[in-house]
Design a protein around this ligand. Structure first.
Ligand code: SF4
Length: 303
């Protein structure tokens, strides 16, 4: 694994940006997506992977524009389908390192089914879910993580629906690594993404990010700095949280490594099935060959 010096942080990012991308990027000033991009690039750099060994897949949404700007194999796919595409690529070539970048709308609404079943299968890939509580790209509709009572363009009197907890969902569905952080916690964000990339199995990192243009404005959360400071106040490390009664955790976000287990990885299990099928076919071919050979002998004798 490569070490990173403090002074290298910006230079590393430039090594991995695509020259032919349409600059400037589409993200609004102060959006959390920029911080997440740089954190992901530092983590990939530390893994020491060559550009051709990495595939980044996304669906649709503001965060899903990330692969457009980075110089790896990238797939910008249809809404909610990033994990399904990534699973196909991984099964086709298990040596590639698959990373999915998705948002709360893309990954948990239209893509929710793909998400839970990928956790269950335990395919060796990493999903980074940028949770900004809203659909940013399509105009600020409420998403599966918009807190109850908060405002969105489709909830002008407050959202009625209780939100998902994406990390708890990933854990319950079978993910082998689950981490959560916020864009305020830049050092922790780097570490969690790196741990997720190192994990063999389905790894998931939820990152709370600010969307000042829509969620922040509709919910009067002030400037991007004000929004990021809200994350600072809400976050509580998992070790501290485990000592508190559930009522004391109301409105807080637990951060850190929330879950880390070992389970059989899907591609390896799939290889075993292929091996069983090949052995069975070889046995069947042998039986067939013996039968045909016997039949030929009988026919010759009859003549
Ligand atoms: S709309 Fe929100 S999430 Fe989308 S780029 Fe702007 S600030 Fe970021």
């Amino acid at each position: 694994m490569k070490e990173i010096q403090e002074s290298d942080h910006t230079n590393i990012i430039y090594q991995y940006l695509r020259d032919d991308a349409k600059w400037p990027h589409v993200w609004c000033s102060g959006c959390g997506n920029g911080m997440i991009t740089s954190s992901l690039l530092r983590a990939i750099h530390q893994m020491g992977w060559k550009k051709d060994e990495v595939v980044i897949v996304s669906g649709i949404g503001c965060s899903s524009r990330l692969p457009t700007y980075v110089d790896f194999n990238t797939l910008h796919t249809t809404h909610g389908r990033a994990i399904a595409f990534a699973t196909g690529v991984k099964l086709g070539n298990p040596d590639l390192n698959l990373i999915v970048v998705t948002g709360d709308g893309d990954g948990l609404a239209i893509g929710g089914n793909h998400f839970i079943h990928a956790c269950r299968r335990n395919v060796n890939l990493t999903v980074i879910l940028v949770n900004n509580y809203i659909y940013g790209m399509t105009g600020g509709q409420y998403s599966p993580t918009t807190p109850k009572g908060k405002f969105a363009t489709t909830a002008p009197y407050g959202n009625l629906e209780p939100p998902f907890d994406p990390s708890e969902l990933a854990k319950a569905a079978g993910a082998t690594f689950v981490g959560r952080t916020t864009v305020y916690h830049a050092v922790q964000m780097d570490k969690l993404i790196l741990q997720a990339l190192q994990k063999k199995g389905f790894s998931f990192v939820e990152i709370l990010a600010d969307c000042p243009t829509l969620y922040g404005r509709l919910n009067r959360q002030g400037t991007p700095v004000d929004m990021i400071n809200i994350f600072k106040e809400m976050a509580i490390p998992i070790a501290q949280a485990s000592k508190l009664a559930p009522e004391k955790l109301q409105g807080r976000i637990t951060t850190g490594v929330l879950w880390n287990i070992v389970r059989p990885e899907f591609c390896e299990e799939y290889d075993k099935i292929i091996q069983i099928a090949r052995e069975k076919k070889a046995k069947m071919d042998k039986v067939e060959e013996e039968y045909l050979s016997k039949k030929r002998t009988e026919e010759v004798e009859e003549l």
